[in-house]
Ligand binder design. Structure first.
Ligand SMILES: *Cc1c(COP(=O)(O)O)cnc(C)c1O
Length: 228
């Protein structure tokens, strides 16, 4: 497993896809998903120039964050229980997985204590899958409206974990739908809400996600190898 060359491969592929669909590659940020992987691997990726990392499990993140010596930006991307929000406060620059008002309120409360704003994304369960978290597309607008009233939260876009298909092309309609939802919200002109980010696309489908407008792709396996 050569982490640095994996990252270089993905960067090259981002450039290729962007050239093909007429997008600026600087507008696509690579989130290296390091969940369950040790600090040493994160440090190695950082030495290869990677600056943005995504984590999904609070305890796993806390256990290793202090051993990461590089100056990096952490995003939290996983399902989040309200009682664990306090442990992330001041440590992550963005939370991708806000899917309910109670969670948004707790984030607001904790970041109020440090008197700093926090960027968040609204997670949408675009495929309406039982097994996945996320607000439904129908409820999304009302959630965004309520979240926009929380002073510490800056809504920066939408995130999704679409249904799994062997063939990435089949995921395209879901990515497209997320983009269209973002455009709908943008038109509402809500305070504290700017739909500039679409966090979508993982190891096996990120190329399609970029074609559909992803601004952040979340890649774990293709960088760090399979997880146990
Ligand atoms: C694990 C995870 C990823 C990365 O998935 P890979 O298939 O390993 O690239 C992306 N997003 C979320 C929310 C995840 O939990």
């Amino acid at each position: 497993m050569n982490i640095k060359s994996n990252i270089a491969e993905i960067r090259k592929s981002i450039d290729t896809v962007c050239a093909r669909c007429g997008r600026n590659p600087d507008a696509v940020r690579l989130v290296a998903v390091s969940k369950t992987k040790p600090a040493a691997m994160i440090n190695e990726a950082a030495a290869g120039g990677q600056t943005l990392f995504g984590e999904s499990y609070v305890q796993d993140f806390l256990d290793k964050a202090d051993d990461v010596t590089a100056d990096i930006e952490w995003h939290f991307i996983g399902g989040l229980q309200s009682n664990k929000v306090k442990y992330l406060c001041g440590k992550v620059a963005m939370i991708h997985s806000v899917d309910r008002l109670s969670l948004a309120r707790e984030i607001n409360k904790q970041w109020q204590k440090i008197d700093q704003p926090i960027d968040i994304l609204i997670q949408v369960n675009i495929g309406k899958e039982e097994s996945k978290s996320g607000t439904t597309a129908d409820e999304m607008t009302s959630l965004v409206r309520q979240v926009s009233e929380l002073p510490m939260l800056r809504v920066r876009g939408l995130m999704t974990l679409p249904p799994w298909f062997e063939e990435p092309e089949q995921v395209r309609p879901y990515f497209r739908q997320l983009r269209e939802l973002g455009e709908t919200v943008e038109e509402l002109n809500l305070p504290n809400v700017e739909m500039r980010e679409l966090s979508m696309g993982m190891s096996h489908d990120y190329e399609v996600a970029i074609e559909e407008g992803a601004t952040m792709i979340r890649i774990g396996t293709a960088i760090f190898g399979a997880r146990d």
